[in-house]
Ligand binder design. Structure first.
Ligand code: CTP
Length: 403
């Protein structure tokens, strides 16, 4: 979705991780991008240009000269795309890029490129740790190139260390930020997601059906749009979103403690977590035995977290979610008032295609000021974008507080 109609130049240099660049090209094409691949000579030893040509449907750039090659291609290519990604980037490519050497098509394109560059190094760990490689990366970062630091793990050479090409998912996430409007740049967003687990004994807890998908979608989209994002997440099965600081919590009281600490420096709080309204009155230190107690569970109320934070509000914009099974607008408005929110995202949870644990949602945005906006059924990713459109506009004129 984020690459729909985007033009991406994928520069591939000669390392064993070239095979992962094939998957990257495939994923970009599937996501709607037009992908032009340019390969160094070394890369062509690992994967043939034919592989990339078949996947992208475009000719692959392999040299500066030859029949069918336009004499100005090396100038245009880095200027007519939305972004460039170098994956894998070898120590040699990084060295040439940093030194301004243009001795083949890819390095010449980089000299003339005017569009954002994402560089994804992949090499042996000793090579990566070499001060000259680190200095070159630092120089490139200083000049505005985004470097995606390699992951740690077993390498093709048998060593274990830093040098692995980042996961395709992470490369896509980092690249998506380079091609998205940065309308939340400089903002610090606090986002909550998922259910809470309210412990009863060491193995049992009270919870709800929240999957965390909505909050994770908001966190991902906000980071892509330039925000610094802290995601405070209850227990979920979802992977941590790339670029986002994730703080894991279990119970409502823990969530409240983390939010109290982070709230003062945030520009907005987006409260998508499905907080349990109750917790067991007491926590048994050992597993409750069958028949050891009467069949009665005593509960006490948890604090209304978003309401408590709203009382501490200085400049923050507060967004809540309302999961309803009745009158959406009336209940949404009541909660907006009661909790002193700026916006409530109200949705029906008793339908199969909206609410808990599904990928779609049909919500109504109810702002404190202005008319409610009923959105059609859409993916949670799209709901996140629409919510952030509202937030970006709302924060628009204000000075960023984040840091
Ligand atoms: N919320 C919260 N603390 C709670 C319960 C809810 O901060 N203890 C937040 C949710 O994260 C959400 C909003 O309040 O953003 C509304 O949640 P919802 O469960 O719909 O509302 P409740 O206040 O629990 O009201 P009710 O149980 O009457 O529906």
């Amino acid at each position: 979705m984020h690459f729909n109609g985007k033009r991406i130049l994928l520069g591939v240099s000669g390392g064993i991780a070239c095979y992962k660049a094939v998957e990257l090209a495939r994923r970009l094409v599937t996501a709607g991008a037009q992908v032009k691949v340019v390969m160094t000579k070394g890369a062509q030893e690992f994967v043939t240009p034919l592989t990339f040509a078949a996947i992208t449907g475009q000719t692959v750039g392999t040299g500066l000269f030859g029949p069918g090659i336009h004499p100005l291609e090396h100038i245009w290519l880095g200027q007519q795309v939305d972004a460039l990604i170098l994956a894998p980037a070898t120590a040699n490519l990084i060295g040439k890029f940093a030194a301004g050497i243009g001795d083949d098509l890819l390095t010449t394109i980089l000299l003339a490129a005017t569009r954002p560059v994402l560089l994804c190094p992949a090499m042996n760990c000793e090579m990566y740790a070499n001060p000259v490689v680190q200095e070159n990366l630092a120089r490139l970062e200083h000049r505005g190139v985004t470097v995606l630091r390699p992951g740690v793990g077993p390498l093709a050479c048998g060593a274990v260390g830093y040098g692995r090409l980042p996961e395709v998912e992470d490369m896509l996430a980092a690249l998506s930020r380079l091609v998205s409007p940065q309308d939340l740049a400089g903002r610090h967003l606090l986002v909550t997601a998922g259910p809470t687990h309210e412990d009863l004994d060491p193995v049992r807890f009270l919870t709800n059906r929240s999957s965390g998908k909505m909050g994770y979608a908001v966190a991902k989209a906000a980071w892509r749009r330039g925000a610094e994002v802290t995601l405070v997440s209850g227990p979920t099965a979802l992977p941590p979103p790339y670029g986002v600081e994730v703080v894991q919590v279990r119970a409502a009281l823990e969530l409240l403690a983390v939010l109290r600490e982070r709230f003062p420096t945030a520009d907005a709080l987006i409260m998508a977590a499905a907080v349990s309204d109750y917790r067991p009155e007491s926590l048994a230190s050992t597993k409750l035995k069958r028949g050891s107690r009467a069949q009665e569970l005593r509960l006490v109320q948890n604090p209304d977290i978003v309401k408590e934070l709203a009382a501490l509000k200085t400049h923050q914009v507060l967004v809540g979610f309302a999961a309803e099974t009745g009158d959406l607008l009336a209940e949404g408005r009541r909660k907006l008032e009661e909790k002193n929110l700026d916006l409530i995202v109200a949705n029906e949870v008793n339908r199969p295609d909206a609410g808990f644990a599904v990928d779609t949602n049909e919500v109504t945005l109810i702002p404190r000021e202005g008319e409610p906006l009923a959105l059609p059924l859409m993916s949670k990713d799209e709901v996140a974008e629409r919510l952030l459109d509202w937030l970006a506009e709302r924060l628009g004129g204000r000075e960023a507080q984040g840091g």
